[in-house]
Design a protein around this ligand. Sequence first.
Ligand code: SF4
Length: 348
Amino acid sequence: MPAPPCTSCHAARAALRRPRSGQALCGACFCAAFEAEVLHTVLAGRLLPPNAVVAVGASGGKDSTVLAHVLRELSPRLGISLHLVAVDEGIGGYRDAALAAVKRQAARWELPLTIVAYADLFGGWTMDAVARSTAGSGRSRSCCTFCGVLRRRALEEGARRVGATHIVTGHNADDMAETVLMNFLRGDAGRLARGGGLGSPGEGGALPRCRPLQFASQKEVVLYAHFRRLDYFSEECVYAPEAFRGHARDLLKRLEAARPSAVLDLVHSAERLALVPAARPPRPGSCSRCGALASRDLCQACALLDGLNRGRPRLAIGKGRRGLGEEGPQGAPGDRAQPPASETIPAF
Ligand code: SF4
């Protein structure tokens, strides 16, 4: 049976039915609708003001690839400039290939690219070194717990280096719904309240962050990448299988099978929760070591690195900021010939 005509242009044959609305669209009309919805999200949420210098967190994966492409299409209308910022977590056999995809994107779209590495920012620690150090230690934290905190900090540092005024990340609606489920299952009321908006306004000196794809489903992100023939890296990180997020993803799939609106329902629930005054977290202060935003004495990154560096000199995060030490587990800068951090640091 031939495909029905596109319900938007009525000229071409429909190539898909939108998962959310069931609307039959051709590839061109779907991409135009997708871009218009992202534009609406940005404008309605006042996420990126004219003249903003926007650091796009680029991982080489489908979400950040689609985000960078869509924002590049929209940048003349929004009056913004883009800079790709990629984070090298130091994950052998995975991140190198993903970074190669980011480099191809930067060259193809003629966008500036800056890569910041955990090893340089966090005194020699890479995710592979963290994984070796924590293996068999009996700690309940998975690699992704460390990585999530360190990557957030690394992206902030990278964005500052390029003079960005705003940070955007490619989290889609499914990512957001998984995060809501995870925070709910952990009983983390603070994160539930903080995570509900379209981003963070940049409290405590941090750069404002936002998620323009927050209402776009994962299926539509993949469809957009397909119709725009985007080149992205699609392999899963070697540490992903141990992440708690995988359980939330399985649960979300079952919820969605029973209630197709479950993903957006969760995203909107978190939005409403963020508006409840009693649910809002107290105004955070700053980390006593590095000056970053923190709700306790130390920010999350410094607290995690403290555990990794137990018995070692204090670790430098973002050299030059207030109260930072100069040496990490590999010693002073220039001592890179030292043994890998994981072999010199006692496991916790
Ligand atoms: Fe980091 Fe986990 Fe993502 Fe791998 S899956 S890049 S360890 S957060």
